[in-house]
Ligand binder design. Structure first.
Ligand SMILES: NC(=O)c1ccc[n+]([C@@H]2O[C@H](COP(=O)([O-])OP(=O)(O)OC[C@H]3O[C@@H](n4cnc5c(N)ncnc54)[C@H](OP(=O)(O)O)[C@@H]3O)[C@@H](O)[C@H]2O)c1
Length: 314
């Protein structure tokens, strides 16, 4: 029997139930916001003007796909641009388009980032700039076939483009950003960083490097107002996919195919306040934690390995 002076156990548990419901509601809200939040508006990193000058971004891999989408979005927001890749006519056409459409000062800077001497030219160019506000290390590709039988030079070139060039250009951009106490660094990684599998040896490994590099760099530089992001897209409709035999397109449901513009828009919207390792696309934000979970990742690897053997993805 309950004593008149002591609350019954039912009454005592009421505040705990209330707290539990509130915590669950807040948790659900946080998950929904996290999954949907980065889709909103432009929310671009930084304003068009920085003092009395226009902001400038350097984009590697600007001749197509995600890099070109970043360039278009930044130009629309009033950034001036430095466009880096190997295909000069593509870069020139993009620079002309952006100059006509937005009045962008877009300089074309051709460079093969698999060549150390070419990377050095870009480094020197960055060092000589009045200012670089945003660096996007986007250039990349995957090497078809297996590591054991493939051309080793292609794999080593990939490491130069993905890892060494990104590290060197980031390092070249940092002194100016630190001095101005502001800047943004985007390293285009991949969901493949979370799911190493058959046929993705150096690709997955290099993307995992970029994600870890970004995560470790951010605490070093955030005190200087520098934002860092490892952008981890799933499947994006670009030439990247066209260049690989056995395209993924047939077996993949439409909602899983992102457009380059969606990736660029969400990335820029999340740069200032989103997570360092950022996954664009709501569906992939749901999938990514599963891919990384101890329970689910063996299943993902099984599927990926199977698809890799049959040449169904990249
Ligand atoms: N598409 C996807 O599903 C997907 C998914 C996850 C991550 N990603 C990543 O997103 C990034 C962009 O790929 P994308 O999908 O936009 O493919 P894309 O349309 O093929 O673009 C690749 C870009 O990289 C440049 N590039 C390649 N090798 C280069 C080199 N040696 N030196 C300088 N630039 C070089 C290409 O320019 P040039 O050929 O003119 O040099 C091109 O501008 C890559 O890092 C890729 O790994 C793509």
């Amino acid at each position: 029997m309950n004593s008149p002076n002591r609350p019954s156990s039912n009454k005592r548990s009421v505040p705990y139930v209330g707290l539990g419901i509130t915590a669950a509601a807040l948790g659900a809200l946080a998950i929904v916001r996290r999954m949907a939040g980065y889709n909103r508006g432009n929310g671009l990193f930084g304003a068009e003007w920085q003092g009395d000058r226009r902001r400038r971004a350097l984009v590697t891999g600007a001749s197509s796909g995600i890099g070109a989408a970043f360039a278009r979005r930044l130009a629309a927001e009033g950034y001036d641009l430095t466009l880096v890749a190997r295909r000069i006519p593509r870069l020139q056409a993009l620079a002309n388009e952006l100059a006509q459409q937005f009045g962008t000062n877009a300089e074309v800077f051709p460079a093969d980032l698999s060549q150390p001497a070419e990377v050095e030219r870009v480094e020197k160019h960055i060092a000589g700039m009045e200012a670089l506000d945003l660096l996007i290390n986007d250039a990349g590709y995957s090497v078809p076939g297996t590591y054991a039988e493939g051309d080793l030079t292609q794999h080593l070139d990939l490491i130069h483009v993905h890892i060494l060039a990104s590290m060197r250009l980031t390092r070249a951009a940092l002194p100016g950003m630190i001095a101005r106490r502001s800047g943004g660094l985007i390293l285009v990684s991949s969901l493949a960083a979370f799911a190493p599998a058959y046929g993705l040896t150096s690709y997955s490994a290099s993307k995992a490097y970029l994600s870890v590099f970004a995560e470790a760099l951010f605490p070093e530089v955030k005190a200087y107002g520098i934002h860092v992001q490892a952008l981890c897209p799933g499947l994006v409709m670009t030439e990247f996919q066209d260049n690989v035999p056995g395209s993924y397109r047939a077996p993949v449901p439409r909602p899983m195919l992102l457009t380059p513009d969606q990736v660029a828009r969400e990335s820029l919207a999340a740069l200032a306040n989103g997570p360092v390792v950022f996954v664009p696309g709501t569906i992939y934000r749901v999938v990514a934690p599963l891919v990384r979970s101890a329970w689910f990742s063996p299943v993902v690897k099984l599927i990926m390995n199977r698809m890799g053997r049959t040449g169904r993805y990249r």
